[in-house]
Design a protein around this ligand. Structure first.
Ligand SMILES: *Cc1c(COP(=O)(O)O)cnc(C)c1O
Length: 363
């Protein structure tokens, strides 16, 4: 007998993050990981620096201060909040705690890749429902629910498509699930959504015992490098997550910076306003260059390229890279004709638009 991991583990394609640099280009611009254009609040930076004096002590394991500050900011009960080493940790912990080998986990065709990873890590079966026009299709999802479906992940809004479901649609999805199936609403980009017909998931968690909402400090709060996320859960699920999580899963500087970031909602507002303005500007500019872009509600847009040789997404990626612009190829999502572009600072956005126009205009 040779040593082998659990069934499913070797079916996982190792995660490849957004590239951070281009060889031969010293001042490249990274627009590949949906990091915030404005960076973190100066107050978060200061809190992080002050935490240096605390590096010898263990963190407060339940992140109590952080849970209380999240509770105050969002009007939620701290006892039902669980913090994690990024929301990715929570997405995985939910799978680890609730799935048994052979269970089915449902998500959509172009859903965030981490859902598949958490599923396969637990020897479970990923079930991907087709999307309609790059948007989750509730009917297609419900058609794939079986007695073995134990967990449903819904990114709302979704990355990399940038589309979202309305409260009615999420409600209809939930209504089609049995009581012993968990619905996880991953609202990593919730702060960016200004649409009136969007709800981040809090109302669902308040009403139902089998719904969890996850959030992150990696996107609008710009603390991706610190790894902090959280979940709002029914009390019994919070209890389960506290049992299975690493006892000290959120580091001292991460907790300190996240609290300070929450206390600077003016910075959040500025970041959202910047995103609104430049997402709409870049959407128009990229369309004017002759490319297809859906309406995104996140801090990124998904650009579709022609299949014509010389004009493909791979050609564009090379052309952009040679000019120091790093976007995200999404072939691993089955979107080989697309590149995902994170909304950046003004100069970066203008540069991308100019280079894409040049790419499309060249013979
Ligand atoms: C970026 C992102 C996250 C955040 O992950 P963290 O582990 O909190 O950094 C979660 N879900 C989706 C869909 C994302 O795009």
């Amino acid at each position: 007998m040779t040593l082998s991991p659990k069934p499913g583990v070797l079916d996982i394609a190792p995660y490849v993050g957004g590239r951070a640099a281009v060889s031969g280009v010293s001042d490249s611009i990274k627009l590949s990981s949906n990091e915030s254009a404005l960076g973190p609040s100066p107050k978060a930076r200061q809190a992080f620096e002050e935490a240096v004096g605390l590096m010898a002590i263990y963190p407060e394991g339940s992140a109590q201060m952080l849970r209380e500050t999240i509770g105050e900011t969002h009007g939620l009960e701290p006892a039902r909040i669980v913090c994690g080493n990024g929301s990715n940790e929570i997405l995985s912990l939910l799978a680890n705690a609730y799935l048994r080998p052979g269970d089915e986990v449902l998500f959509t065709e172009y859903a965030f890749i981490v859902y598949r990873l958490a599923t396969l890590s637990n020897s479970c079966v990923p079930v991907a429902a087709p999307e309609a026009n790059y948007r989750a299709d509730v009917d297609a999802m419900l058609a794939r629910v079986t007695p073995r479906t134990r967990l449903v992940y819904l990114a709302n809004p979704n990355n990399p498509t940038g589309t979202y479901l309305t409260p009615d649609e999420v409600g209809r999805l939930h209504a089609g699930l049995s009581e012993d199936t968990l619905l996880v609403i991953d609202a990593a980009y919730a702060e960016y959504v200004r649409q009136n017909d969007y709800e981040n998931g809090v109302a669902m968690v308040a009403r139902f015992p089998n719904v969890v909402m996850t959030r992150t400090f990696s996107k609008v709060y710009a603390l991706a490098g610190l790894r902090v996320g959280w979940a709002y859960c029914p009390a019994p699920i919070a209890d389960v997550l506290h049992r299975v999580r690493d006892p000290f899963n959120v580091s001292v500087p991460a907790q300190c910076a996240a609290v300070a970031a929450l206390e600077d909602q003016d910075h959040v507002r500025r970041s959202v306003e910047h995103n609104d303005r430049w997402r709409s500007w870049i959407t128009d500019a990229v369309r004017a260059a002759g490319l297809t872009v859906g309406d995104s509600v996140g801090n990124f847009v998904l650009i579709r390229f022609p299949r014509t040789p010389g004009k493909t997404a791979a050609d564009a990626d090379r052309f952009l890279c040679e000019r120091g612009l790093i976007l995200r190829g999404v072939a691993n999502y089955g979107l080989s004709d697309c590149l995902r572009l994170t909304i950046g600072p003004e100069a970066a956005n203008r540069r991308v638009a100019a280079v894409l126009a040049e790419f499309m205009a060249r013979r």
